[in-house]
Design a protein around this ligand. Structure first.
Ligand code: NAG
Ligand code: NAG
Ligand code: NAG
Length: 322
């Protein structure tokens, strides 16, 4: 009798373990179209693509790691307590993983891209300062909006394409903060959300905020230019002009794409070093290690000429912190 019960018990236990394990790592569905292997992989990678055959972000970046990276974001002195969470990030990333966000190349490359993207996010939303507890790099995702905007960020030049809605303020909001009516307009068009009338959606919905930031990361700012994603994962091949301007694929070039001459081509400025420090800190915490970041001229844009000189105010001013 007793051994029989034990057997039943063990069978149930083994079944449970099997079920739990198989849930942990979703197997991709595979089909071959014109000799190309395409996959889907659960809700996280649901559009048929080559990228969905690879490990998805939640396979190598889990909730506890997100908590480590942004450990101070819910401390009482933070400015967006309870807003940002892991689930919002993964939900937003699910819209872009079939396009290669975090899923390009070997797992290692995916982890580096997530660290790089979040490095930008962390430095833009940090309220860390020199003597902050836990160190200045532990305070990413402290903000979700500019605290004391001094203007409405309405540019009348775009009054026909992206007219400002009366009474609405287009100050900085989000994970890679959006400023100005035309940037809210353009982002809203891409995400099919009416951000021109309702820019405040970005500070009310962390999934939308992350989605807008990942869209910016994945999308060229100008025609015939690469995206930050392209220059980071090596999809972009520099021309002779690029090489002469010291623009090489890597993290440095992502800063060049997103901020141009506001950050790049000015030696080791404090602004640039702050973004780089966040990236390196996250590489360490994710277990990749900062030694994987590459040499100075790949990691920084200290000597790079901007992709687009005298950039418009598109990816705008320093941070959402002031
Ligand atoms: C998928 O992963 C493999 C093995 O790590 C890698 O060689 C390949 O480039 C990746 N596929 C894509 C489309 O990036
Ligand atoms: C937040 O934004 C996401 C992504 O755009 C959307 O799917 C979701 O419905 C939004 N949530 C709320 C409560 O509006
Ligand atoms: C190369 O750079 C020069 C000087 O900045 C510029 O005038 C020229 O148009 C560029 N050529 C291409 C193909 O981008």
């Amino acid at each position: 009798m007793e051994t029989k019960y034990l057997c039943v018990f063990l069978t149930i236990l083994v079944t449970l373990i099997f079920v739990v394990n198989s849930e942990e790592s979703v197997k991709p569905l595979v089909k071959v179209v014109k000799g190309k292997k395409l996959c889907t992989k659960g809700w996280e990678c649901k559009v048929w693509s080559v990228y969905c055959c690879n490990q998805t972000i939640s396979d190598y970046f889990q909730a506890y790691q997100f908590e480590n990276l942004f450990s101070k974001r819910n401390s009482p002195v933070a400015h967006a307590v309870g807003f940002w969470d892991y689930h919002s990030f993964i939900t937003a990333a699910a819209e872009y993983q079939h396009l290669g966000f975090g899923t390009t190349g070997p797992k290692h490359t995916g982890m580096k891209e997530v660290a790089a993207f979040l490095g930008h996010v962390g430095s833009k939303t940090s309220c860390g300062y020199g003597v902050a507890t836990g160190g200045p790099l532990a305070w990413g995702l402290c903000y979700n909006k500019e605290m004391s905007p001094s203007k409405l960020y309405c540019d009348d030049y775009y009054k026909y394409t992206f007219p400002c809605t009366p009474g609405v303020s287009y100050h900085g909001r989000g994970a890679l903060p959006i400023y100005w009516n035309y940037n809210y307009g353009e982002t809203g068009q891409a995400l099919k959300v009416n951000l021109l009338d309702h820019p405040e959606y970005i500070e009310q919905n962390a999934t939308l905020a992350f989605q807008a930031a990942i869209w910016r990361w994945m999308t060229p700012a100008k025609k015939h230019q690469p995206s930050a994603h392209d220059v980071f994962v090596g999809k972009w091949k520099p021309t002779k002009n690029d090489t002469l301007s010291k623009r090489v694929p890597g993290f440095g070039a992502t800063m060049n794409i997103l901020y141009g001459d506001q950050v790049c081509g000015q030696g080791d400025s404090e602004l640039m070093s702050n973004i780089v420090s966040h990236y390196l800190y996250y590489l360490d915490l994710m277990g990749v290690g900062r030694e994987e970041a590459g040499p100075h001229d790949v990691l920084t844009c200290a000597e790079q000429k901007p992709f687009h000189p005298t950039s418009d105010s598109s990816t705008s001013s320093s941070s959402s912190s002031s």
